[in-house]
Design a protein around this ligand. Structure first.
Ligand SMILES: Nc1nc2c(ncn2[C@@H]2O[C@H](COP(=O)(O)OP(=O)(O)OP(=O)(O)O)[C@@H](O)[C@H]2O)c(=O)[nH]1
Ligand SMILES: [Mg+2]
Length: 329
């Protein structure tokens, strides 16, 4: 079942892609099977993250960037790039007004066979950007997307994980009072590869651009890339071409300097350890359910007769002792 779906997905079948993402969202064995099968078919797409505070104009920017991309034939075949958009929405999956508004806004792209759009609910997930978002990006890559744009709301520490998912991070801010300070506090300054001050039709945009530029100059480390600070009026389509140029330039510089390779290496490394952690935790849950001495230890933790930290160390010691091959005398 999954095998046929995987083959269709790898051939660029949009419906197989949509179904594949639903399977990934549900999780389970079929999801694992898909992820294992596509593992060697990814790494070709150019992935971009668009993040910033709620209502900054991220979706509008994504919509306009998509128009620019789809209007520009590239490559030898002269075809415009296949664009996929993933909106990781922290609000309600179905009643969220934002998704509805995005649907209306992006209507023309929904009709374009060269564009794939998907919203994913992320509410209630913890421990960083949900695994489903990362895995969905892999599916979009294996499907053959040339460009993948991931929209996330950059409000908390968790969203900073976007850096670990995409090659280029665009941070969108608006010229409202204190926004650049907020952004710095939220850690957005560190993850940005490109800054864009949207809603530049409102007062304060220039001052804000200066603020950001000043903050960037505080960082005196030797750097191969200093994030440019741009402005846009997304709703009028102003500043979009320039934004795309900056994104492409970042891509090129990070390719040429090896930054991209380092970033992708780190991403693989993080995924490796993250998966081990997840699997180890599942295994621990299973063992506690079946092993009497571990179950007794957990009871002690629950009743506060041993502290969880000490108990965990005892459990790990016990488990690794059991696995170690016995020495022959
Ligand atoms: N004045 C002004 N309004 C804009 C601009 N860009 C977008 N908007 C409006 O701002 C509102 C929010 O835009 P969205 O694109 O939905 O913002 P978002 O960041 O995706 O919002 P969330 O996904 O809900 O966090 C919409 O009403 C847009 O029309 C701009 O440059 N100037
Ligand atoms: Mg949005």
């Amino acid at each position: 079942m999954a095998q046929e779906l995987i083959q269709r997905l790898l051939r660029g079948d949009k419906r197989a892609l949509a179904r594949g993402i639903s399977i990934i969202e549900r999780g389970g064995d079929e999801a694992s099977e898909i992820l294992k099968a596509i593992g060697s078919h990814i790494g070709r797409a150019f992935t971009i993250g668009i993040t910033g505070p709620p209502g900054a104009g991220k979706s509008t920017l994504v919509d306009k960037l998509t128009s620019v991309l789809r209007a520009n034939p590239r490559g030898q075949a002269g075809e415009p790039p296949l664009v996929s958009i993933l909106a990781a929405d922290p609000t309600s999956p179905f009643t969220g007004g934002a998704i509805l508004a995005d649907r209306v806004r992006m209507q023309r792209h929904y009709k374009d066979p060269g564009v794939f759009i998907r919203s994913m609910a992320t509410r209630g997930s913890h421990g960083g950007l949900p695994r489903t978002t990362r895995n969905a990006v892999k599916l979009l890559d294996a499907y053959g997307s040339d460009v993948i744009i991931v929209e996330t709301v950059g409000v908390g520490q968790a969203e900073l994980d976007i850096m670990d998912v995409v090659d280029t991070v665009v941070v969108v801010l608006v010229p409202e009072g204190g926004d650049s300070m907020q952004a710095m506090k939220a850690g957005l300054m560190e993850i940005a590869d490109v800054f864009v001050v949207n809603k530049a039709d409102r007062p304060g945009a220039d001052a804000m651009m200066k603020d950001i530029t000043a903050m960037l100059s505080w960082d005196t480390r030797e750097r191969q890339w200093v994030p440019p600070v741009l402005s846009s009026r997304a709703h009028q389509g102003i500043g979009i071409e320039e934004l795309w140029e900056a994104i492409e330039k970042h891509r090129k510089v990070s390719e040429d300097t090896g930054l991209l390779a380092v970033r992708r290496r780190d991403r693989r490394r993080h995924e490796f350890f993250r998966t081990i952690r997840e699997q180890a935790e599942q295994e621990a849950q299973r063992l506690v359910a079946t092993d009497a001495s571990l179950a007794a230890l957990l009871k002690q933790v629950e009743s506060n007769s041993i502290d969880p930290y000490t108990a965990a160390l005892i459990a790990v010691k016990q488990l690794s002792a059991r696995r170690r091959p016995r020495k022959t005398q």
